[in-house]
Design a binder for this molecule. Structure first.
Ligand code: DC
Length: 226
């Protein structure tokens, strides 16, 4: 096993820019980028395939052991989600799977199921890991923790443009409504809710460009890690 690995935790609500920043920071540092939202989306996708609703606690508990999840990394560093042998990386990026992911992620059985997998990745690699509970629960000893925020209208606009670029037919109003519901659900669930860790650095990206946010994060990381 590799010794002296470093980890950077990036948490925050949907659309705050976590994955864009995390990918860029990971590339600049030569670290592995781990998108934990994609893992929850994959579990949600399995439940959807099996006809289980996102809030069906009994159904989710019954089927969770059938989920065989694997993460593979392409040569360019892109994360691929493999569900029971099939690559579902593209299928999980819809607005519907965001709703499913948020629903299943509130179930303790799902969070327990995924905790070791996430910690194991951080034990074996230098990682930049993004999610909702990375700095608080998954990697409480991360070397650097960020909590990214932005206003909900800015976040919804970003998500809307992303979904539109993928050809999904959804209005800005629906994206904003679903994002607010997801914020509410992710923040108020009983287990591992979305929270800023006390030792996390808060960064509001509403008025910052991607380049400005990444530069700010990299300078903090370099100062901390030397
Ligand atoms: O980051 P995302 O939009 O792909 O995440 C989808 C959902 O997964 C999000 O609404 C809540 C859940 N999630 C979580 O509970 N914990 C994480 N570490 C990452 C995501």
């Amino acid at each position: 096993m590799k010794q002296n690995v470093h980890s950077i935790a990036i948490d925050g609500p949907a659309g705050a820019g976590k994955s864009t920043m995390a990918r860029r920071v990971a590339k600049a540092l030569g670290y592995q980028y781990v998108d934990t939202g994609a893992i929850y989306r994959t579990v949600g996708y399995h439940m959807w395939l099996m006809g289980i609703g996102p809030k069906d606690a009994d159904g989710i508990r019954r089927l969770i052991d059938d989920v065989n999840l694997r993460i593979e990394y392409a040569p360019d560093g892109a994360q691929h989600m493999i569900l029971n042998g099939a690559d579902v990386t593209d299928e999980i990026r819809t607005a519907q799977m965001a709703v499913y992911a948020s629903g299943v992620s509130a179930r303790p059985v799902v969070r327990e199921f995924l905790l070791d997998m996430q910690r194991d990745l951080a034990r074996r690699h230098n990682v930049v890991m993004d999610g909702r509970d990375i700095g608080t629960v998954v990697l409480p000893d991360a070397d650097v923790k960020f909590f990214l925020t932005a206003s909900d209208t800015v976040r919804a606009q970003r998500r809307f443009l992303e979904l539109q670029a993928k050809g999904e037919k959804i209005s800005y109003e629906q994206v904003l409504r679903e994002l607010r519901q997801r914020d509410e659900q992710d923040t108020n669930r009983a287990i591992a809710p979305l929270r800023c860790a006390p030792d996390a650095i808060r960064l509001d990206t509403s008025a910052l460009t991607v380049d400005e946010s990444v530069a700010a994060m990299l300078s903090i990381v370099r100062e901390k890690l030397g």
